[in-house]
Design a protein around this ligand. Structure first.
Ligand code: ZN
Length: 284
């Protein structure tokens, strides 16, 4: 069966004008009541009906790991889950469910700071395979792994090869790969590099999604490390050495982070994800 069809889908997707949920909130209307998209809130009859309707299931992935002194440790999983929920709630032509998030990822190098909970590669493999096997057993044939943690990026591509043996479709996507142009434009201090770690873009996202959990005293010049200085050479894999490569465990700079930028990133990613979901649902 198909595996890693993301590049084809990303190439063919068309922009979606506006998310339904945003349209309602913009004009001040309550959204029409509808069945929740979160798997854990559904009754078994609703889940069976969604499977029958050919629903796509998004499995949010991320990490619980230190994000500098100013952001909560849930930053990565919170972002991927929020993007997944927004796209799923806006989907009308296609049914989309969001599985319970897989909170933990591969973050051994973040253990040098407090708060990180990391899994062994084997544990995460078993966890993701078991969840996807369960989804497949209930009749869901199209699964989208939506990742929010850079350290999981190779993992989601590799695990898709294993999961494809279940005779289902697997689509692995890290959310920043949905919107490379937007991130390039918005990441002023990060030299247009794709996603930082607790720098400009991630700080902006948290300011938008969970402002009460951001310590704004760290949003100022001099906090963080320019990505141009801290990125490792692309031609070899080395374990990130945070205390050597960064100031305060931050890849990127915080000074220009703001809520409006975070809102743009989240909404652009959700809009593109909706477009991908529509293509994915049609693919055979
Ligand atoms: Zn992060």
């Amino acid at each position: 069966m198909k595996v890693m069809i993301v590049s084809r889908i990303l190439k063919t997707m068309r922009p979606v004008p506006v998310l339904v949920s945003m349209a309602f909130s913009c004009i001040g209307l309550a959204q029409p009541s509808r069945t929740p998209v979160e798997w854990q809130k559904l009754r078994r009859t609703e889940i069976a009906e969604a499977a029958q309707a050919g629903a796509v299931v998004i499995v949010p992935m991320g990490a619980i790991e230190q994000h500098g002194p100013h952001l909560p440790v849930n930053t990565d999983i919170n972002t991927s889950t929020e993007i997944a929920l927004r796209a799923a709630q806006a989907a009308t032509a296609v049914r989309v469910l969001v599985a319970p998030p897989i909170w933990w990822g591969l973050s051994p190098y973040h253990m040098v700071y407090p708060g990180t909970l990391t899994l062994e590669l084997e544990t995460l493999t078993s966890l993701v395979v078991d969840v996807c096997k369960s989804l497949a057993a209930h009749g869901f044939k199209k699964i989208l792994l939506l990742n929010g943690h850079g350290g999981n990026e190779n993992f989601i591509n590799t695990i898709s090869i294993k999961l494809s043996q279940l005779e289902i479709f697997i689509l692995p996507i890290s959310y920043w790969n949905l919107i490379p142009e937007e991130i390039k434009q918005l990441a002023e201090d990060d030299g247009g590099r794709i996603i930082d770690h607790a720098g400009d873009i991630e700080t902006s996202i948290s300011l938008y999604l969970q402002p009460e959990r951001v310590d704004r005293s760290y949003i100022r010049p001099g906090i963080g490390t320019p990505l141009t200085q801290s990125m490792r050479p692309p031609w070899r894999y080395t374990v990130p050495r945070l205390k050597k490569e960064t100031s305060e465990g931050i890849y990127g700079l915080t000074a220009k982070a703001n809520m409006a930028k975070g809102e743009k990133v989240v909404n652009a990613a959700a809009t593109q994800l909706l477009s991908v979901l529509q293509e994915y649902a049609k693919s055979e």
